[in-house]
Write a new protein. Structure first.
Length: 314
């Protein structure tokens, strides 16, 4: 049997370890939701590129408010002591730059949790970080209302796991801590498959709604419906070639179910385009196009959407 490293030793993920601080790096809506909830039992520091108010309020899905004072720090002026856990909650395209700023402050045992969409930074940061790395995928919904206020729009569920299936113990310990803080979570050994499933759904919805500036539900109507169907065919071929098991109901039913459930939403990529921000195009379409090239699969629709989103006129 392979000997355990220090961060895998049985006694390591006990209460004393967890009492050391958790840094939330990239305190947007999701980061602040996680931070404000965990702060009930855990020392939390919000780390951003610019200073944030220490007093933060969460509006709960039930309409209540939760206000807490949290420690805050800037990415270019970090506390000296290494954190126990870093929750990297930046957008996908900002994750690796943020990690580079943090790296000098991280200990060999610091647990890194990656909350990004897509499948771009996760394998690279899992290889780069010396300590354990978990990936998270969540259906919690939140949006920012201001520098000191975030709304938890709807309850969801979070899955946590390492890409290579290791680190079950810290994943289970972190999942219990999240669940106790009111964010249901579970440790899984197939996080890679779950990340690809989320990527597939995102790739079928986000580029089209961003390109045509429509709400998700409009994808069900002409002329968009056949476009979604054509994109799903390309995605399904790539997933099969990558040996990602299809969801039990099949790719098309999964995508149409998500579209129905989010019909009134302006999807995240559309919001980014409308606000003139960078999109997560590279993290979502990039891995699909790279895999398609590797397997010699033609993907004219995905390539066209990728080109259109790269174009500043979208
Ligand atoms: O990115 C988003 O907005 C969401 O992942 C989804 C599923 C496309 C719904 O809007």
């Amino acid at each position: 049997m392979t000997p355990r490293t220090s961060h895998e030793s049985a006694s390591h993920w006990d209460a004393s370890h967890w009492n050391a601080s958790h840094w939330i790096v990239g305190p947007g809506a999701l980061g602040r939701l996680v931070g404000l909830r965990l702060a009930a039992t855990t020392a939390v520091t919000l780390v951003g590129r610019r200073p944030l108010p220490a007093r933060q309020t969460l509006i709960t899905p039930e309409g209540g408010t939760l206000t807490r004072g949290l420690a805050t720090a800037r990415l270019d002026a970090l506390p000296e002591a290494a954190p126990a856990v870093v929750h990297l909650t930046t957008k996908a395209y900002a994750a690796e730059t943020a990690y580079a700023s943090l790296a000098p402050r991280l200990g060999p045992d610091t647990l890194l949790v990656l909350w990004q969409n897509g499948f771009a930074c996760q394998p690279r940061l899992s290889a780069r970080h010396a300590g354990p790395v978990l990936c998270a995928t969540t259906t919690e919904g939140a949006y920012v209302q201001g520098d000191d206020r975030v709304t938890h729009a709807g309850h969801g569920h979070t899955f946590l796991g390492a890409l290579d299936g290791r680190h079950g113990e810290p994943a289970a310990a972190l999942a219990s801590r999240h669940a106790a803080a009111g964010l249901p979570a579970e440790a899984v050994d197939d996080i890679r498959v779950r990340l690809w499933h989320k990527l597939a759904v995102n790739a079928a919805i986000n580029p089209l709604v961003a390109r045509f500036r429509i709400r998700n539900g409009q994808l069900r109507d002409r002329p968009f419906r056949p476009m979604v169907e054509a994109v799903i065919v390309e995605i399904a071929a790539i997933m099969a070639a990558e040996r990602i098991p299809s969801p039990p109901e099949g790719w098309a039913d999964l995508v149409w179910r998500v579209i129905a459930g989010t019909a009134r939403n302006r999807a995240s990529m559309l919001q980014d385009v409308l606000a003139g921000r960078p999109t997560e195009r590279e993290a979502i379409l990039g891995p699909l196009l790279t895999a398609a090239r590797r397997h010699g699969i033609a993907t004219p629709r995905l390539a066209e959407l990728d080109a259109a989103l790269t174009d500043a006129r979208v």
